[in-house]
Design a protein around this ligand. Structure first.
Ligand code: URA
Length: 262
């Protein structure tokens, strides 16, 4: 976005250089260089994405929003704080934990504590809102291992039930719901970077509480391993080790937005 501009004191303050008053002092001291020239005006407009800003010789990464692809491991929770468990935010390092101009870091949808796989962590609240809106029906694909194995006719019956959709009972305070048609495919899936195996891939078009576990429970089975492998057209990068992450490329952000479905 060529015309995406922001005041330099706001940018540097968000990047952890103290209050706007602190930034003013830093600038007076000649420590801030914009596009090769010392900058002294705290109100200077910076073009995010095209200007270069150095503080004491170190380049500041200018971005309004951040988009992180995490391969979530088990035993961490998708919450800002948890008295008992580590959160996915505890797995991030300082380079992405500062404040961003776009907003606060949050999870784009949640995975249960015992679910692995693709988790997007971002500051882009508008995109999260759009993709998680119930009417958007973004497909989410999960690799699933089941407690009870099935013969061919059992597998065919499951595939048909998921293809039609079925009612899922209430769980605790969560109402029951009519699950939308979903796609189930049986095959032996070896999980990369892990000894886990999955029996099937399930693609659902909504995101109800414990949805995958509850759907299989409704059929009398139990999910014993669950990993999200895709969200929309964005696939988990299998080279990311469990519990690690990387930033999405611009192209991947477009894929996530649905602008580019290749
Ligand atoms: N469905 C579940 O049951 N758990 C998850 O973490 C995600 C989808």
């Amino acid at each position: 976005m060529a015309n995406d501009c922001e005041r330099i004191d706001k940018i540097l303050s968000h990047h952890g250089f103290g209050s706007r008053k602190d930034v003013k002092k830093l600038m007076r001291g000649g420590f801030v260089v914009v596009n090769g020239k010392a900058a002294f005006d705290p109100g200077m407009q910076i073009r995010i994405g095209s200007d270069t800003v150095l503080v004491d010789g170190v380049e500041i990464k200018l971005q309004r929003d951040v988009y992180i692809m995490m391969n979530k491991c088990r035993d961490v929770v998708c919450a800002n704080r948890d008295g008992e468990h580590r959160t996915v935010f505890d797995l991030l390092d300082d380079s992405v934990r500062h404040k961003f101009l776009g907003g606060d870091l949050h999870c784009m949808g949640r995975l249960d504590i015992d679910t692995e796989g693709l988790l997007i962590i971002t500051t882009d609240g508008a995109l999260t809102h759009r993709l998680l809106a119930p009417k958007t029906h973004v497909p989410k694909t999960y690799a699933v291992a089941l407690r009870d194995s099935l013969d061919e006719s059992g597998k065919a019956a499951y595939v048909e039930k998921f293809a039609r959709g079925f009612f899922v009972d209430r769980e605790g305070n969560e109402d029951g719901f009519d699950a939308l048609p979903a796609e189930l495919e049986f095959a032996d899936f070896e999980m990369e970077n892990s000894s886990e195996k999955a029996d099937c891939l399930l693609t659902i078009y909504e995101g109800k509480f414990h949805q995958v576990k509850r759907m299989f429970a409704q059929l009398g089975n139990e999910v014993v391993y669950l990993k999200r492998v895709a969200m929309g057209a964005l696939k988990l990068d299998a080279s990311i080790p469990l519990g690690s992450y990387r930033e999405l490329s611009e192209r991947e952000v477009s894929v996530l937005r649905g602008d580019d479905s290749d």
